[in-house]
Design a protein around this ligand. Structure first.
Ligand code: ADP
Ligand code: MG
Length: 390
């Protein structure tokens, strides 16, 4: 059964009646621009066809019941109990969205069932997908009208980010929510995180005999805990030392001069962090130009440079991600890089479609030889944003 139908069945099973409607929000994969969002930089994600579906019905009181396929029994709470640090299980992501909306809008009680096609915890942003799905549903059902235009969608994306930061406790930037709520089908989302402005860049690899192969490594790293926050803290420390408010302020031509001003204890680490962010922001610009020019060889080179920068300077790769990148390139991919926050999750490769099967086989063989878990493959196309589906 398709997720879209399954979610209504799950709702019926959990609550004994039909939902008022079904909403869906996509996962995303970022083409380039990693860890740049919280540095007021540039990112270039696409929304995926894989979506998280929410079947929803309003309640007469201020209660909230939620169930998600594969995540155990129905969870129940009062809206008024949602606060930083509460709840503590998976429900903090969707509950957080209602909390964030509640600061500005009149939010009522809901019964909700979720079914997700986005792999959870694979770096493809199942978190933004579940946030976007419930945010879209609440907006429509309570009449906030945030899906009608990009301005409303940007507002909702900001509130979903606030939910993830303040209630789920994940100090992430705003890329994932923007991709899920503001992307356009057939386009990558060129998002400037300094002012929130977006441009839609054509992304039609299929017309050029190419496929974007996403490789979910299934790797979850025990010591990744807190690393995201540590990278963020490094960036803030470097800004303090340089007397700037974000690393976006460093022009590529001024990079060497800025690096030279970082001295003292821990400076070598900070120089590496700064170099990744400044060069990565420059690569996003070049990647958007390459897409506009159908210059996929250039796009591939940028992927390769980006991966080296994340592996060596930002130090967020891992053996599985490096293996996926190396085997892709050895199989003739135009480029490959890890994508998402790092320390596991997914990599991606720009592959000639006729070489796709052989590339997947080579990656799987290499993973087996290294004793890694069997990777999962997704052929990524640029899909549309969160919407009501029923
Ligand atoms: P990613 O966003 O890359 O998939 P995160 O660690 O950011 O990984 O978010 C994953 C978490 O989000 C899960 O551990 C769970 O708490 C929550 N989550 C995401 N999707 C769902 C879902 N469909 N049902 C329940 N919880 C979900
Ligand atoms: Mg996430």
């Amino acid at each position: 059964m398709e997720a879209r139908e399954a979610v209504a069945v799950e709702f019926q099973k959990a609550y004994g009646s039909a939902p008022e409607g079904v909403w869906a929000a996509p996962g995303r994969v970022n083409l380039i621009g990693e860890h740049t969002d919280y540095n007021s930089g540039l990112v270039l994600p696409i929304a995926l066809p894989q979506r998280t579906y929410a079947a929803v019905r309003r309640r007469d009181d201020l209660g909230l019941r939620m169930v998600s396929s594969g995540m155990g029994p129905v969870k129940q709470m009062e809206l008024s109990t949602i606060a930083p640090g509460r709840p503590t299980d998976w429900t903090r992501y969707p509950a957080g969205v209602l909390w964030a909306l509640g600061a500005n809008y009149q939010v009522g009680g809901l019964d909700v069932a979720f079914v997700s096609e986005v792999p959870i915890g694979s770096g493809l942003s199942s978190s933004a997908a579940i946030e976007g799905a419930i945010g879209a549903a609440a907006s429509d059902l309570f009449g906030f009208d945030l899906l009608a235009d990009d301005q409303g969608r940007a507002t909702l994306a900001g509130l979903c980010q606030k939910a993830e930061n303040d209630i789920a406790g994940a100090p992430t930037g705003g890329m994932d929510q923007a991709a899920s709520l503001r992307a356009e089908a057939g386009h990558a989302l060129y998002l400037d995180c300094r002012d929130g402005s977006v441009t839609h860049v054509p992304f039609t690899l299929e017309d050029h005999g190419l496929t974007l192969l996403v490789i979910d490594t299934r790797a979850e790293h025990k010591n990744s805990d807190g690393q995201y926050g540590k990278r963020r803290a490094d960036c803030e420390k470097a800004c303090d030392k340089l007397g700037i408010s974000s690393l976006r302020e460093i022009e590529p031509t001024a990079l060497d001069a800025s690096l030279a001003r970082l001295t003292g204890f821990g400076a070598e680490r900070l120089r590496k962090r700064v170099r990744h962010i400044v060069t990565e922001i420059a690569r996003v610009r070049l990647a958007a130009t390459a897409l506009n020019n159908d210059d996929f060889a250039e796009l591939g080179r940028l992927f390769v440079d980006s991966h080296a920068s994340m592996r060596d300077d930002y130090e967020i790769s891992c053996a599985e991600l490096d293996c996926a990148v190396t085997s892709s390139l050895e199989s003739g991919a135009l480029g490959a890089r890890m994508t998402g926050g790092g320390f596991g999750g997914s990599a991606m490769a720009l592959v000639y479609t006729e070489a796709l099967a052989a590339t997947e086989k080579a990656i799987s063989t290499s993973f087996t030889a290294h004793g890694f878990a069997v990777p999962q493959f997704i052929h990524a196309v640029a899909a549309g944003p969160a919407t009501r589906v029923e």
